[in-house]
Design a binder for this molecule. Structure first.
Ligand SMILES: NC(=O)c1ccc[n+]([C@@H]2O[C@H](COP(=O)([O-])OP(=O)(O)OC[C@H]3O[C@@H](n4cnc5c(N)ncnc54)[C@H](O)[C@@H]3O)[C@@H](O)[C@H]2O)c1
Length: 288
């Protein structure tokens, strides 16, 4: 159902790779709500993924960019302004990648060059995007910028590795830049902290299946899926949330406020009965 919440608005969506991508679902929902959008992803992602199909469906352009490269980001902003014939109203940063996770380097054996890349791709790119938009004055007053985060920024999750630190930085950038952008241009900047979701990036997280099950049992409303995240994101792009800024907004069925739930306790008890305790884990996992 469309409420036409984004009628007349124009936005840029970074990070749609395939139909599973959260950015893909947000792009489709934004179009449904009446927005015009442009898309961006890396050259490799455009070649390997399906973003061209999405562009065809939404009748728009794809501008290739490595989000760590300022010239590339400026090019996306300029091409989008040219395409729309004016400034944009919203931007989605849906970008994350950790070479340490990819190469299975655990948190107490990180490769520091990989760590730099994790930070650059998953967090500093958000600052670069905001700074480029600021310098080009690319966003209309009362515009909205959203990046996607995860609760591992606040709490430790086995297997989330250096992405936890990247998300903490990402959320901090939203606050710091949100202050300046709000003060000077009335543009709001927020992060949405989304439930674990099955996507290409999500599948890289160690033990995603268990994590999904655990958070489903812990959350009174259950995990939020990608379509629900898209719905929430649309409200943040809309004029209904004009005074919401510098926030990390949990979209997780209540997970982030829980300590222990009945459903998780039930499963935990079952595990203890069949003797599945710490002693059954391989040594390397006990330490990780
Ligand atoms: N899937 C989850 O469980 C989950 C939960 C909370 C938050 N998030 C966050 O949501 C965002 C989107 O991830 P997703 O789960 O939809 O997975 P996804 O794999 O579909 O999206 C990740 C995107 O990042 C892009 N990317 C990687 N390196 C890039 C670079 N250098 N420049 C530009 N783009 C680059 C990829 O091409 C891809 O499109 C990420 O920030 C992720 O951390 C995901």
């Amino acid at each position: 159902m469309s409420f036409k919440l984004l009628e007349g608005k124009k936005g840029i969506i970074f990070g749609a790779l395939n139909a599973e991508s959260i950015a893909w679902k947000i792009a489709e929902r934004a179009a449904e709500e009446g927005a015009k959008i442009t898309l961006s992803n890396t050259q490799v992602a455009i070649r390997m993924g399906d973003v061209d199909k999405l562009a065809e469906k939404l009748d728009t352009i794809v501008v290739a960019a490595d989000a760590t490269n300022i010239d590339d980001l400026e090019n996306v902003l300029k091409k989008s302004i040219e395409h729309f014939g004016g400034k944009v109203d919203f931007i989605l940063h849906s970008i994350g990648m950790s070479p340490n996770v990819r190469k299975k380097r655990v948190y107490n054996d990180l490769d520091y060059n990989y760590l730099k890349s994790t930070f650059d791709i998953s967090a500093v790119s958000f600052h670069k995007l905001l700074q480029s938009a600021w310098k080009l004055d690319a966003i209309n007053e009362w515009g909205s910028v959203v990046a996607l985060s995860y609760v591992a920024a606040q709490r430790t999750f086995y297997g989330y590795n250096d992405m936890a630190d990247a998300k903490a930085l990402l959320e901090s950038i939203a606050r710091s830049f949100g202050y300046i952008y709000g003060r000077e241009k009335k543009v709001r900047v927020n992060t949405i902290s989304q439930s674990p979701t099955i996507t290409t990036a999500g599948s890289g997280v160690r033990g995603l299946g268990q994590l999904l099950d655990f958070s489903e049992r812990m959350s009174p409303l259950g995990n939020a899926d990608g379509d629900e995240c898209a719905n929430y994101c649309i409200t943040l792009f809309s004029d209904l949330t004009k005074k919401v800024t510098m926030q990390n907004l949990f979209h997780d069925g209540g997970f982030s406020s829980m300590g222990m739930s009945l459903r998780a306790m039930g499963q935990y008890e079952k595990g203890l009965k069949i003797g599945y305790g710490l002693e059954t884990l391989p040594d390397k996992d006990k330490k990780a």
